[in-house]
Design a protein around this ligand. Structure first.
Ligand code: C2E
Ligand code: CA
Ligand code: CA
Length: 850
């Protein structure tokens, strides 16, 4: 036989043996402790028996005495009372009385052996007839009692050997001390065992056991000493002993029961209180924990039947973790005691408890009461769970479209707005609004079910096209929206320009969607190709909220439908006539009143030869509280069409003159240019108002340049000639803005004397590459020279353009190449620096005449 095989067989034999003994059920540390105690106890028995005995000549003879002592030790254990500590049971017995009498009757060294024999006999009897106890537990009990007796014998004998002595106070003291040691060792080992097997801390188990035992200890010691006194005076007194012991035993029992009762009610209250949880698992875990706290149980399981009929089982062994399982646990002995869990006749599950000892009447009643409390808690948890599910479902329903599962309009607005807020203000976003063409026909001819099916197909296709982070929504009916936030931000360019490449990309996405949807699909047995119109609105994240984006995309979508193309983008100009105007005007009225929303930015024009500033143009910006910063393009046309134009124009002139006055105060004298809407020229009061503003700010009239873009409208009206003449009379300078783009630029020049021509930036932008554009610029420069007018080239962005202009003989220019429009507080410094190099390049005349 090889070693391995032998070890294998030995191993199997050992494990069979261990199972039979009950060792395998105990925890490894408990086995170790028991082995150590067993060794010590055996050592003590052997050493005690080998210890020399002083005198053996006694009556009755020593063997008889030994038998009596062993018998007493057995009796002391048999008359034990049991009490619960946590989920374990501990017993209190008459041990100390037996120890005292034993020490008196036999040599101290014999006591451990007598105790071992007596305890073994008693525990075997008890486990056979009264308590469920496996051999391992019996061995543990015998070993600890023997060790206790050995310690008592050693301590007592060391002080004063009681064998064959008369009872003196010092001997009594030695005996009491021995008993204290016996108590300490036995209770200590019991508490240690409990703490290793159950979730009861060692010290609290020890305190609990000692407390329960204290009264009995005092009684036991008293009885032990009394027996000695009786034996010394007259052994016949012993007749009186049985009734006395019976009385004492009753008292102990009473006391322990009362104590236990109080404790178990406390524990019960505590256990039911902790059932107060909101979730099923929490209740089940507390239920299992409570079961172990209340009953001497080895295992417990709570089966929960949910409202949908599904069952769930939560199980735990004493001191172990809660495990969840779907199927019943392995069946084991003994059969569990069960209690149905139900509330108002509705079955909620079952509580199953495997008791260590067959449960008493009290346990049965308490278990029923605990099951009732557990039922109520489980019912509450189930109700709460229903509520939670309902709340979650209704909040899901509140934001989702039930047909497609996409978020609905309300959610698109809310989530979209928070997405916009999280982005950088300048980060471009696009909203694509899609409307299915002829959806109504699908509904009418194929039925609503087919319509629904088609919408689901569309939702699925859109979902496949949406990228992570994009927000896809069904707005209702056949309208869908996609919020695209991943467009690449672009660097330093004007708001208008920023939108161009971004817009191109957004339009590409829109066309891609249209193409993807056009792929044929079968609905209700009919091959269909979905045609859709998409409106695209692009804006910096800080410039519009979702409501506004949706409105713009809607405008664009209708343009797409009207125009016959499948995709259209939102254009402010085209939208100017839309309903938004009214809102915008109301907001403008407020902005004109509050004074902190409309700001000017200023852009200098420079002399191309000397680099000195020739003038500064004021450009309006609207820091709209909700829509973000708006460029003139976004609102000027709307204002122009309303009665707000006059107050707006005066507001801008007023602000510009205030800036000029500020410069004048610092010794800077430069004309400031203000853009005038052509429609302002229809306002006969304008010249007088301008004159009044100039006076108020103490600015010489030629310090103000009014830039006018000529349009078709203005051409024929007499009032325009009057207003223009009036302005000239006031003495302000006039400039033709965007020269070359108007309908009758040259005619305009014949009607009114102007001071300046501003070449439109479209020509400047093209002049390097386009000979035609270059020719127009050159002609304008020549014309200016002929008529004695200043010519300013606008929108100069590159050094090439600047050189081309210089070559042509253009004197002044304006554009990003030199300066971007900047806030008033910055421009003062810039002008100072420029003028410091060349003072008075463009002096103003103090008399104000032109
Ligand atoms: P505009 O009179 O032609 O003003 C010049 C516009 O070109 C400004 O745009 C300016 O920021 C921009 N710009 C300047 N340099 C460059 C450049 O190098 N490249 C490019 N691409 N653009 C450049 P802004 O401020 O958006 O104004 C647009 C238009 O709105 C103005 O065109 C003007 O017609 C009108 N506007 C501006 N302020 C007012 C105002 O207070 N009242 C009225 N009625 N119209 C105004
Ligand atoms: Ca201008
Ligand atoms: Ca212009």
């Amino acid at each position: 036989m090889t070693d391995g095989v032998r070890r294998g067989r030995l191993g199997a034999a050992w494990s069979r043996c261990a199972t039979a003994m009950g060792v395998s059920e105990a925890c490894p540390r408990l086995v170790l402790v028991t082995a150590a105690v067993g060794l010590l106890a055996t050592g003590a028995v052997v050493a005690g028996l080998l210890w020399p005995v002083a005198s053996t000549d006694v009556t009755p003879p020593l063997p008889v005495r030994f038998a009596i002592v062993a018998g007493l030790a057995a009796l002391a254990q048999l008359a034990r009372l049991r009490l619960k500590v946590g989920s374990g049971m501990v017993s209190v017995a008459w041990g100390e009385a037996a120890v005292i009498v034993g020490l008196y009757l036999v040599p101290a060294g014999w006591l451990p052996a007598a105790e071992a024999l007596g305890a073994l006999a008693a525990l075997l009897l008890l486990s056979r007839y009264a308590e469920r106890r496996n051999p391992f537990e019996t061995a543990r009990g015998v070993a600890s009692l023997t060790l206790g007796a050995a310690t008592a014998a050693a301590v007592t004998a060391a002080i004063s050997d009681p064998f064959g002595s008369r009872l003196t106070p010092s001997l009594a003291f030695a005996l009491v001390l021995g008993c204290v040691m016996y108590l300490a060792v036995t209770t200590g080992l019991v508490a240690l065992g409990v703490s290793l097997r159950y979730p009861v801390p060692f010290l609290s188990g020890l305190a609990r056991t000692l407390q329960a035992k204290l009264l009995m200890f005092v009684g036991n010691v008293g009885v032990g000493l009394l027996i000695i006194v009786m034996l010394e005076s007259d052994a016949r007194w012993l007749v009186l002993l049985p009734p006395l012991l019976w009385l004492l035993q009753q008292t102990y029992g009473q006391r322990l029961r009362a104590d236990g009762e109080r404790r178990s009610w406390q524990a019960f209250a505590q256990a039911t209180r902790s059932l107060n949880q909101l979730d099923e698992r929490g209740v089940a875990a507390a239920g299992l924990q409570g079961t172990f706290a209340l009953f001497a149980a080895s295992e417990a399981e709570i089966e929960v039947i949910r409202a949908d009929g599904a069952t769930r089982r939560y199980a735990s062994a004493a001191g172990g973790d809660v495990v969840e399982r779907d199927s019943p646990g392995p069946s084991a002995e003994p059969e569990p005691v069960t209690r149905p869990l139900s509330v108002g006749g509705v079955r909620l599950g079952e509580l199953r408890v495997r008791f260590e000892q067959p449960p008493g009447d009290r346990d049965e009643v308490a278990l029923s009461a605990f099951a009732d409390a557990l039922s109520a808690a489980l019912h509450d948890a189930a109700t709460h769970r229903e509520l939670r599910i309902m709340a979650a479902r209704s909040s899901y329903d509140a934001v989702h479209d039930p047909l497609t599962g996409l978020v609905n309009r309300a959610a698109l607005l809310a989530r979209g707005d928070s997405a916009l807020r999280m982005l950088d203000r300048e980060h471009p976003v696009a909203l694509l609004l899609l409307d299915v063409d002829q959806f109504k026909e699908v509904n009418d001819t194929l039925g609503h079910a087919a319509g629904d099916e088609l919408l689901q197909v569309i939702a699925a296709r859109l979902g496949a096209l949406a990228k992570p982070g994009e927000l896809l929504s069904r707005l209702g009916g056949d309208e869908f929206a996609l919020l695209v936030t991943s467009l690449p931000p672009l660097g330093e360019q004007t708001a208008l320009r920023t939108r161009q490449p971004t817009l191109r990309q957004a339009l590409r996405r829109a066309r891609q969607i249209v193409e993807h949807l056009a792929a044929p699909t079968e609905v209700a047995g009919v091959q269909l190709s979905v045609e859709a119109s998409v409106g695209v609105a692009v804006a910096p994240a800080g410039a519009a909220d979702m409501t506004e984006l949706l409105r713009r995309a809607d405008v664009a979508m209708y343009q797409a439908k009207d125009g016959g193309g499948s995709v259209a983008w939102y254009d402010t100009a085209r939208d100017a006539a839309s309903t938004d105007q009214l809102a915008l005007l109301a907001e403008m009225r407020e902005a004109l009143a509050v004074d902190d929303q409309l700001d000017l930015v200023l852009q200098p024009a420079v002399d191309l030869v000397t680099g000195a500033p020739t003038g500064v143009e004021a450009l309006i910006r609207w820091r709209h509280p909700r829509r973000g910063v708006l460029a003139p393009l976004d609102f000027v046309r709307t204002v122009e069409g309303s009665e707000l134009l006059a107050p707006f124009t005066r507001y801008v002139i007023d602000k510009a003159l205030a800036v000029a006055a500020e410069w004048a105060a610092h010794g800077l004298q430069l004309p400031i240019a203000v853009n005038l809407s052509a429609r302002s020229l229809l306002d006969p009061r304008l010249p007088a108002d301008v004159a009044e503003l100039l006076r108020r700010h103490r600015i010489p009239p030629n310090g103000l340049v009014l830039e006018i873009t000529e349009t078709v409208v203005m051409s024929e009206l007499d009032v325009i000639d009057e207003v223009l003449a009036g302005l000239r009379a006031v003495g302000v300078q006039l400039a033709v803005d965007d020269f070359g783009t108007g309908f009758s630029s040259l005619t305009f020049l014949t009607r009114i004397t102007v001071d300046e021509l501003k070449i439109d930036r479209e020509f400047v932008a093209k002049m390097v590459d386009s000979p035609q554009a270059a020719a127009i610029v050159r002609t304008t420069v020549d014309l200016g020279r002929e008529l004695g007018l200043r010519v300013v080239a606008e929108g100069v962005e590159t050094a090439d353009q600047r050189e081309a202009l210089t070559a042509i003989g253009c004197r002044a220019a304006q554009g990003f190449h030199f300066f971007k429009p900047m806030p008033p507080d910055r421009i003062t410094g810039v002008l100072r620096t420029l003028l410091a190099a060349q003072p008075n390049v463009f002096p103003l005349r103090a008399d104000g005449a032109s």
